[in-house]
Design a protein around this ligand. Structure first.
Ligand code: C5P
Length: 244
């Protein structure tokens, strides 16, 4: 069977149509980008690892009542998902200060954020995914006030579920990015992926600020051992998945 023509190619995934118009196939690539694609590289085996981690997390979230686009994984690099219209917002949830929050505010890295905060960025590569205010987001009609409220509540619930799970794995969920989509029957569901590409994950057994990093910051900051960090996350997720 020939590979169907792709619908869309992003930085980390290629999306293909399937025979069912309501179902798409996401192919997870090994390509890595950072700083709005100014830095590019390959992380060996990343596609398979991120597909496996994302699928485990989506199944865990579904089991706890969070609607997601996840269907199943026909192969190691591929995930079947419900077709959605993506809400063009990147939702960032922060439990501990890191990354752009520290750069933009001067808050020291590692400061605990209690209660966690939810931020919104405009999903637009040309503009560099700028941070939005709620008012700008509504002005731009990127979501309705009701959708925004639902996205915020779902994001906080997801944060609680994932923070507890990663904690059981000996990993601190520092911050992460979510994307949401709307199905053809109007349901708001969690979409995209949840992986070391989209989360900051710190190993609780390490205190050294560089050695504890188990996520894409290893690639962004040239810390080395990127593949083994991603593998370590998958290993711990799998070890703790028998207990949903
Ligand atoms: O860069 P910043 O500190 O705002 O990132 C917060 C979190 O969102 C990090 O876990 C990062 O990996 C994730 N993120 C992402 N995709 C983006 C921007 C941020 O996955 N385009």
């Amino acid at each position: 069977m020939s590979t169907p023509e792709k619908l869309y190619e992003g930085k980390a995934k290629i999306i293909y149509p399937t025979d069912d118009p309501e179902i798409l196939l996401a192919y997870f690539k090994d390509d890595a980008t950072a700083f709005n694609a100014q830095k590019r590289g390959t992380i060996q085996g990343k596609g398979e690892i991120n597909n496996a981690i994302s699928s485990h997390l989506f199944q865990r979230l579904e089991a706890k009542g969070i609607p997601t686009h996840y269907i199943d994984c026909p192969t190691a690099n591929e995930m079947r998902v419900k077709r959605v219209t993506i809400v063009p917002i990147e939702v960032i949830i922060r439990n501990i200060a890191a990354g752009s929050l520290c750069k933009q505010t001067g808050i020291p890295v590692g400061t605990i954020i209690e209660p966690p905060i939810v931020e919104f960025c405009y999903k637009n590569d040309e503009l560099g995914d700028p941070l939005l205010t709620r008012e700008r987001l509504l002005l731009m009609k990127l979501a309705t006030p009701e959708q925004l409220e639902q996205i915020t509540q779902l994001s906080l619930q997801i944060n609680q579920i994932l923070s507890e799970f990663f904690n059981d794995c000996g990993i601190t969920l520092v911050d992460f990015k979510l994307e949401f989509g709307i199905t053809s029957d109007g349901q708001l569901v969690l979409a995209d992926e949840i992986s070391p590409d989209t989360c900051r994950l710190w190993d609780q057994s390490e205190t050294d600020p560089d050695r504890r990093v188990l996520d894409k910051d290893r690639f962004r900051r040239d810390l080395g051992n990127v593949e083994s960090a991603y593998q370590q996350v998958l290993k711990r997720v799998l070890e703790h998945t028998s207990n949903p």
